[in-house]
Design a protein around this ligand. Structure first.
Ligand SMILES: [Zn+2]
Length: 427
């Protein structure tokens, strides 16, 4: 009998779109065995009452914005940013970002996310927090030159320094990429510089594109083209790019994304909350675009619960297309797992031998799972997130029976209360 570091026995496992009772053996960071033969492990997990899933991938977020959730609501976007969010961000310290990131990560782990892609400021703190808590992260410093040449150079330097410092850290759990904020905050010249640097360093690029209609109309009035068409024309687009949102894309742009192998992160809750619109997800999937899912920052969500995004993705496309079968449950779930890992070229997101051991266990005896005719439908349409009992990332158990193992949760909550007091005193 083969020995593994961790053996998960007799669980109901999601493999290739359906559930089977299987054993999973984990050796170091990877899945070493998936099958029906009996296995042994230094650590054994009884999976009898569990659904075992590949971990969820939150493919677009600003994790430390957990600090701002619920600070101001129900305001028009620009008013909300200018009078509320940007004012708080002006008082945001590196230390705040560290604690805010831990808070966001606790929520992500507890609701089944094993990997996230983050674009923000004070990113050293995000990387540190990610290393400590045990998650996998694709991280980038959010750069914007706003047409200023000196600023462009400085921003690129910070982005490059971050990549060189963190890429591959924590046994490969951190992947560092470039994060130019968006085509409306970054000049075309700057984006070309980022493209060249990304080629030189062999790293990817994460960028917001076409989130609101207003932003696309403004871009068009300056460049006489939509953003994706313009970015293609200047040679910015390659298959190492992940675009967040893509709510307002025309047919030509969807064709370009498909041809160039570019991934799109759909953020349905954020798009609804900021009244940005409903992305053409069903159209993109039909054209072969790799679409994955994200929460965006907690200020525009207000949670990091990916199960909400999965369900809403499916529901919104039904309404948008007028077809109840616009997106099938399996497609919606794969978008939150396999497609996220694919977007960032990480070999994970599936329960398969040789893939990274990023897995979650859900208690299948929960009231909202009863009766369970088809576990795929239970996962997509009835899960609330609190069913997640265990999280394994890179072959290491980071949550067991709902308890985060590597940090002290209560200390995080205490520090967040102090930061809240500081924010409340700003007027
Ligand atoms: Zn965003």
């Amino acid at each position: 009998m083969v020995m593994f570091d961790i053996a998960i026995k007799n669980g109901f496992c999601y493999v290739n779109g359906s559930f089977k009772r299987l054993n999973i053996g984990i050796t170091r960071s990877k899945i070493g065995y998936v099958g029906e033969e009996s296995i042994k492990g230094d650590i054994t997990i009884d999976g009898k009452n569990s659904l075992i899933l590949p971990g969820l991938f939150n493919a677009h977020t600003h994790i430390a914005m957990a600090l701002f959730r619920g600070y101001a609501e129900d305001m028009p976007l620009m008013d909300w940013l200018k009078s509320k969010i940007w004012r708080l961000e002006a008082h945001l310290t590196a230390d705040d970002v560290y604690w805010g990131s831990l808070l966001g990560m606790i929520e992500m782990i507890k609701t089944g996310t094993t990997c996230f892609s983050d674009l923000y400021i004070h990113m050293d703190e995000v990387a540190k927090a990610c290393g400590e808590i045990g998650m996998r992260g694709v991280l980038c410093y959010g750069m914007a030159d706003r047409g200023d040449e000196n600023r462009a150079k400085k921003e690129l330097e910070i982005g490059e320094r971050f990549i060189k410092k963190w890429n591959g850290e924590f046994n490969g759990r951190i992947k560092a990429v470039f994060g130019p904020h968006a085509p409306y905050t970054c000049s075309i010249e700057f984006l070309k510089m980022v493209r060249d640097k990304a080629n030189e360093l062999g790293v990817g690029i994460h960028i917001h594109v076409s989130e609101t209609k207003e932003e696309v109309d403004n871009f068009h009035s300056i460049h006489s083209k939509n953003p994706v068409e313009k970015l293609d024309e200047v040679g910015f687009l390659k298959d190492d790019i992940v675009i967040a949102h893509g709510v307002w894309l025309n047919d030509r742009e969807i064709d370009i994304l498909s041809k160039k192998g570019i991934s799109v992160v759909h953020n349905p809750v954020s798009n609804l909350k900021l009244a940005s619109g409903i992305a053409r997800v069903a159209d993109m999937l039909k054209k072969g675009v790799n679409v994955c899912l994200g929460t965006d920052g907690a200020a525009s969500n207000n949670t990091y619960n990916m199960f909400e995004e999965i369900k809403l993705t499916s529901l919104l496309q039904k309404v948008k297309t007028g077809k109840a079968d616009a997106i099938h449950a399996i497609e919606a779930f794969d978008m939150a797992t396999r497609n996220g890992y694919r977007a960032y070229k990480i070999t994970g997101g599936e329960i398969r031998e040789g893939y990274l051991a990023d897995l979650i266990l859900l208690d299948r005896k929960r009231f909202n799972f009863i009766p369970m005719y088809n576990p795929v439908y239970a996962i997509v349409y009835s899960t609330m997130g609190c069913e997640v009992t265990h999280s394994i990332v890179n072959g290491e158990i980071i949550m067991e029976n709902g308890k985060i193992l590597k940090i002290d949760e209560s200390e995080v909550y205490e520090r967040i209360e102090e930061i809240k007091e500081k924010f409340l005193s700003i007027n």
